[in-house]
Design a protein around this ligand. Structure first.
Ligand code: GCU
Length: 624
């Protein structure tokens, strides 16, 4: 159910742009293909849940009569979702049987678990039994951390939800279909690439399919806290000593006037707020004392929320991030973001990141690199990454996968993008480490795309006015040694991300020394640059694919970057070599993009050592 706030409803009287129009069409949007935002339970990892991780039975969707889709693309009502059994006397003899089918681990992509499914980009059926003993006056949701790319969910043969988007979580209410004792869930996950998908059909990473993150059952009171925002109040200017905390707590289906308690004992902050007609309880409270979150002091506070029978605690850091002219200010202090791009691939074992160990390994690389920043490319990662960033004091650029060619001309694609943006922001808005929301990467500079992404950037600001909005742009065409960045999308951004590969895809490494970048007067992050090198391949600096050449490209890049007055951050592409079906030079790539500072086996290249030293000395860029 999409709730229009009073402000949005007012906007509907005079729709001024596609965003407002779609917002007003909200309740009708499902017809346009937008998924109504599932009841997305914020703070799931801080609730007591029943894990459904483990062995699930699976079947490949290759039985026409029982396939997920009928010939006309509708959902088949005689599909494997019914979880029928063979050899039942008196019944049609079904020719499948989940109970004795092979099993696969959840969470986990199917590609790295089942050799025959390595390149499979179709539909896989998952099934498992589970016990439940629902209590009266409670509600139960099936929580799915991510399923790439589209999924349809049935419990006890009843369809409970569908979802599109391979990197954001969703929750399906199952209260009315559960019964005491044994139940079963069937999930069809479709990894087919879609022209109207987000991302679309061509992208430079591996299309890992399946239930790639945790799956669990969550039981909450009939009236419960499903969403909240607790942050340091943003004043016109940063005020040292400001200890005002503000935000809202949303209590789903609560009558107006329901009490909500917000209690942060260590900060000496406690208040009671009342819900309005939409279930939102807005609050402001002064903390007695507050240590602000920063990379140097990644302080987190236990935030206890309570309403009726529902109790929920979260670990939240308080800080302020803002743009001031061409500077980025964290808690009023100008900062320089020395970081790296990170894809969600597990070191050594490969496949999608989805365990504490995967995340611990990636953060060990980031800390060893002396990074204070990471661009989580090109999609929202497992929530463990932002939690680790909160604890480790690493600032995060979080992005939805509008990667290059998206069907920007289609309203239903915009509607899907809005849903994905809302899912990303809703899950992570309370993570102090997340300082930037990004709405795209390297999209073609044309009026339709610029309008689409400008509206999306404004939608992000409405959803979260506390964080700057960014995107990574590509181009411009060189004008001799000048690069004048005049992409109109930059007008909609607070921080400009720029990708370029001088010395690898164009020109020579030495040419970079002479390149002058002219940017609008905003903070700039050079969000991608680099070169490929196979770990252990050594040679002269002018020999491509050697580690020495990769370092040489970076050396000349940094000469160029240091000449950009408003450069406020860099993220070389990419922390670790990663799988991509577009990278097929035998013996050099073998299905991997090799721009990593680290190999997929965790071997640190010379380029890793190079940046480790640069970042330790803080010898790149200026905070102001
Ligand atoms: C692009 C893109 C990345 C890609 C990289 C590359 O800029 O944003 O996703 O992997 O370049 O070509 O290696």
């Amino acid at each position: 159910m999409i709730q229009l706030s009073k402000r949005s409803a007012a906007l509907c009287l005079i729709p001024r742009n596609i965003a407002t129009l779609l917002l007003c069409l909200g309740p009708m949007l499902p017809a346009l293909g937008q998924q109504p935002l599932k009841t997305l339970l914020v703070g799931i990892d801080h609730r007591t849940v029943t894990s459904l991780n483990g062995d699930w039975h699976y079947l490949v969707d290759q039985a026409p009569g029982r396939a997920l889709y009928t010939g006309s693309g509708e959902l088949n009502d005689r599909s494997y979702a019914l979880n029928e059994h063979p050899n039942i006397v008196g019944k049609h003899n079904e020719e499948y049987d989940f109970a004795t089918a092979p099993t696969i681990k959840v969470p986990g992509d199917w590609n790295t678990q089942v050799p025959q499914l390595f390149n499979y980009e179709g539909v896989l059926w998952y099934q498992r039994d589970f016990d439940a003993y629902p209590k009266p006056g409670t509600r139960t949701f099936l929580h799915i951390g991510a399923a790439n790319y589209r999924s349809h969910v049935w419990v006890n043969q009843k369809r409970v939800c569908d979802h599109e988007g391979g990197f954001t979580q969703f929750d399906c209410e199952v209260t009315s279909v559960l019964h005491a004792g044994s139940n079963f869930v069937v999930i069809a996950v479709d990894a087919t690439r879609l022209v109207d998908g987000i991302p679309s059909v061509g992208y430079d990473w591996f299309n890992y399919g399946g239930l790639t993150r945790d799956v669990s059952l969550v039981t909450v009171p009939a009236i419960f806290i499903d969403d909240y925002d607790v942050h340091l109040a943003h004043k016109a200017q940063f005020e040292p000593g400001n200890t005002e905390l503000t935000g809202y707590v949303h209590v789903l289906d609560a009558p107006a006037g329901t009490s909500v308690t917000i209690d942060i004992p260590e900060a000496g902050a406690k208040t009671i707020a009342k819900t309005d007609a939409d279930g939102n309880a807005a609050f402001t409270v002064k903390a007695a004392k507050l240590t602000l979150w920063s990379p140097e002091t990644p302080k987190l506070y236990k935030v206890n929320l309570a309403s009726g029978d529902d109790r929920l605690s979260d670990d939240i850091g308080f800080r302020e991030i803002r743009v001031d002219g061409t500077r980025i200010l964290l808690n009023g202090k100008a900062i320089f973001l020395q970081g790296v791009n990170v894809h969600a691939e597990a070191p050594i074992r490969g496949g999608r990141v989805n365990t504490d160990l995967d995340v611990a390994m990636l953060f060990s690389y980031l800390k060893d690199l002396n990074a204070n920043f990471a661009r989580l490319a090109h999609y929202p990662h497992d929530e463990r990454m932002e939690r680790a960033a909160d604890r480790n004091g690493i600032m995060i650029w979080s992005e939805i996968p509008n990667w290059q060619h998206i069907s920007f001309d289609k309203p239903e694609v915009y509607a899907k993008d809005v849903t994905m943006l809302r899912e990303m922001i809703r899950r992570d808005r309370n993570k102090a480490s997340v300082i930037l929301w990004s709405v795209s990467n390297e999209t073609p500079n044309n009026p339709i795309r610029t309008k689409f992404l400008t509206d999306l950037a404004n939608e992000a600001r409405k959803l979260d006015p506390t964080r700057p909005i960014t995107s990574a742009v590509l181009g411009p065409k060189p004008n001799g040694n000048e690069r004048v960045v005049n992409d109109p999308l930059c007008d909609a951004l607070d921080v400009i991300g720029q990708n370029e590969y001088i010395g690898w895809y164009e020109l020579t490494p030495e040419d970079a020394d002479k390149i002058q970048w002219i940017f609008p007067q905003k903070p700039v992050v050079m969000s991608e640059f680099g070169a490929e090198a196979k770990f252990g391949n050594h040679g002269a600096i002018n020999q491509r694919w050697t580690e020495e050449q990769q370092v040489d490209v970076f050396k000349h890049q940094l000469v160029m970057l240091n000449q950009i007055p408003q450069l406020r951050g860099i993220t070389p592409w990419v922390l670790m070599d990663f799988r991509s079906t577009t990278r097929n030079i035998p013996k050099l790539q073998d299905g991997f993009n090799r721009k990593g500072l680290v190999s997929e086996a965790g071997e640190k290249k010379l380029a890793f050592v190079y940046f480790k030293k640069i970042y330790e000395e803080r010898s790149i860029g200026k905070a102001e």
